[in-house]
Design a protein around this ligand. Structure first.
Ligand code: HEM
Length: 520
């Protein structure tokens, strides 16, 4: 069925990751005063970038937590229409255990979004073509925030590392192809495991999802929208559709121990005489990711990197590598998108269809200098394919001292890592399922005590990395934790009509003309 997306109402972040706008900053705000929250939204509204047409030198997006929506005057009856996970928040009861945010990743240790930190109301994402444009847009925003008397909980800087994430691997290759949107970069041909077109309703509320249904979202009695600012429920109920053209936005600050990662890979692959084996070190790191540093998939080139395959996304697992001899069953990308490996009929379209219900639209950005990537290094230099090797040399060779110095720089700037962002229509079926049932699951794909080797949380069951092989498999035990959560929150990224509706709500919900409960 052909789907026409309302691109003038959808925020542009759903349609594009802004590769052409490599400089970004994310501002997290808390507004004590409803009038202040309204003043800021009124200023932001005309500046929000729609998905329709984009050719500017900057883009701006805004998303809210339940507290932020409440502050704008949305009553609890309307908030009840949002998903329970959004309402309870990332640190709500049982969520931390479910998401693996324990030990060093416990929300009590977070820099923002944790129980001891100021409440989070909203997130403003700014993207720009140059550092100068970013600085000027950010200064404008900061003035507005100040004038409105709003607190900036934190301003999260990002750092463009070319195509690479801080461990030195090519990132952002594999994304779902969304029905109704132009094909994204890196998409494989339609019909292949990497080129599946996923129904728009998996990422944009108010459109059919993989089940041909409209995912639950807040619907208001039409009387609560007397000026008809909101689109009407496409299912024909007559309700005002507050959710349509919006989606949930998951934000997690994930700190990466780059030095520890490469040190571990180096130690674990030393030759019997104790000397280092740089080739084996890179190969082990690649086994953890499922791709070589250039991005080339292990299932296509198991023995050596091949940068010509760096953007390749046209592969499955079941037919070519059912036992994980090329790409280990527990490798990061094999867990995050098992493609055609899922029951009940692996290797068939039925398997791919099950997988379609658990896709994530990733929009993260790296932050921090990172060892081996000095502050003066520009995106082009930092993004080359030797990055992993340079990182490894800087970190492992004690005589270079590069690792220690870099670590010092990192600590001053709040570490190195990924501001992980993903967009989904269902928090529970997409992000939370992937995080819990695939990423941190020690028994994923018949394994026994393995969590995601690259980013998983470690616990007694979940600290092993199994690499299948002939004649015997290799098990790396007591894997250190290379990534820890430093902050996070669930947001709602509304459609632009929904932002207009929120903007005109009376600041005090008690005086609002709400007729009755939200319906679903
Ligand atoms: C610091 C944390 C992380 C790092 C360093 C990292 C790194 C990578 C790399 C290098 C790739 C391969 C490039 C690509 O296919 O685009 C990848 C793919 C992917 N990652 Fe992560 N990642 C991180 C966190 C996460 C988290 C938290 C999730 C989800 C909960 C996630 C989900 C995915 C998905 C869905 C893919 C694409 C897999 C595919 O379609 O084949 N990642 N990641």
């Amino acid at each position: 069925m052909a789907i026409k997306l309302d691109l003038d109402d959808i925020q542009g972040l759903i349609a594009r990751g802004y590769r052409g706008l490599p400089y970004a900053r994310f501002t997290i705000v808390s507004a004590q005063d409803p009038a202040a929250a309204h003043a800021l939204l009124s200023w932001l509204l005309p500046r929000v970038t729609p998905a329709g047409r984009f050719d500017g030198d900057s883009a701006l997006h805004v998303a809210y937590t339940p507290a932020g929506l409440r502050r704008l005057g949305l009553p609890d009856s309307a908030l009840d229409g949002f998903s329970p996970q959004f309402r309870s928040g990332m640190t709500g009861p049982n969520r931390s255990r479910f998401l693996g945010d324990a030990g060093e990743s416990d929300p009590s240790c977070w820099a923002w979004g944790g129980p001891q930190e100021p409440p989070v109301d909203g997130l403003i994402l700014l993207y720009a073509r140059s550092p100068e444009v970013l600085a000027s847009r950010q200064a404008e925003l900061a003035r507005q925030i100040d004038a409105a008397g709003i607190a900036q909980v934190t301003v999260l800087d990002t750092r463009e590392l070319g195509n690479n994430e801080p461990f030195g691997f090519h990132d952002g290759i594999s994304q779902p192809v969304i029905q109704g949107l132009p094909k994204t970069r890196g998409a494989a041909p339609a019909g292949t495991p990497g080129g599946r077109v996923v129904p728009a309703g998996e990422f944009v509320l108010g459109y059919p999802n993989v089940y041909g249904q409209l995912t639950d979202r807040p619907l208001l009695p039409a009387a609560d929208d007397p000026r008809s600012l909101l689109p009407r429920d496409p299912a024909g109920s007559g309700a005002a559709d507050l959710g349509r053209n919006g989606c949930y936005l998951v934000m997690r600050q994930l700190e990466q121990d780059v030095e520890g990662f490469w040190r571990y890979a180096g130690e674990a692959t030393r030759r019997p005489d104790g000397s280092e084996d740089p080739g084996a070190r890179t190969a082990l790191a690649a086994k953890m990711v499922g791709r070589w540093p250039s991005g080339a998939p292990l299932v296509e080139t198991p023995d050596r990197d091949n940068p010509r395959l760096g953007d390749d996304n046209d592969f499955g697992y079941y037919r070519t590598d059912p036992l994980g001899l090329a790409c280990p069953l527990g490798a990061h990308i094999r867990r995050m998108n098992p493609r055609d490996s899922l029951d009940p009929q692996p290797g068939t379209g039925a398997s791919l269809a099950v997988n379609d219900g658990h896709r994530l639209l990733r929009r993260g950005r790296s932050y921090g200098a990172g060892p081996g990537a000095p502050a003066a290094t520009g995106p082009a230099e930092a993004g080359n394919n030797d990055h992993a090797e340079r990182l490894a040399r800087a970190d492992v060779a004690p005589e270079s001292g590069g690792g220690r110095e870099a670590r010092g720089r990192e600590e001053q700037s709040g570490g190195t890592g990924l501001h992980f962002i993903c967009l989904v229509a269902s928090l529970i079926r997409q992000f939370e399922f992937v995080q819990h049932t695939w990423l941190n699951n020690p028994t994923f794909h018949g394994l026994y005590d393995d969590s995601d080797p690259l980013i998983g949380s470690r616990h007694p069951r979940g600290a092993t990395f199994t690499v299948p092989g002939h004649p015997v498999r290799r098990r790396y035990r007591d894997l250190p934790q290379f990534v820890r959560t430093r902050g996070g929150a669930y947001f709602f990224l509304p459609g632009i009509a929904a932002l207009r509706y929120l903007d005109q709500l009376p600041a005090d919900a008690r005086s609002a003309p709400f007729s009755s409960s939200a319906t679903r």
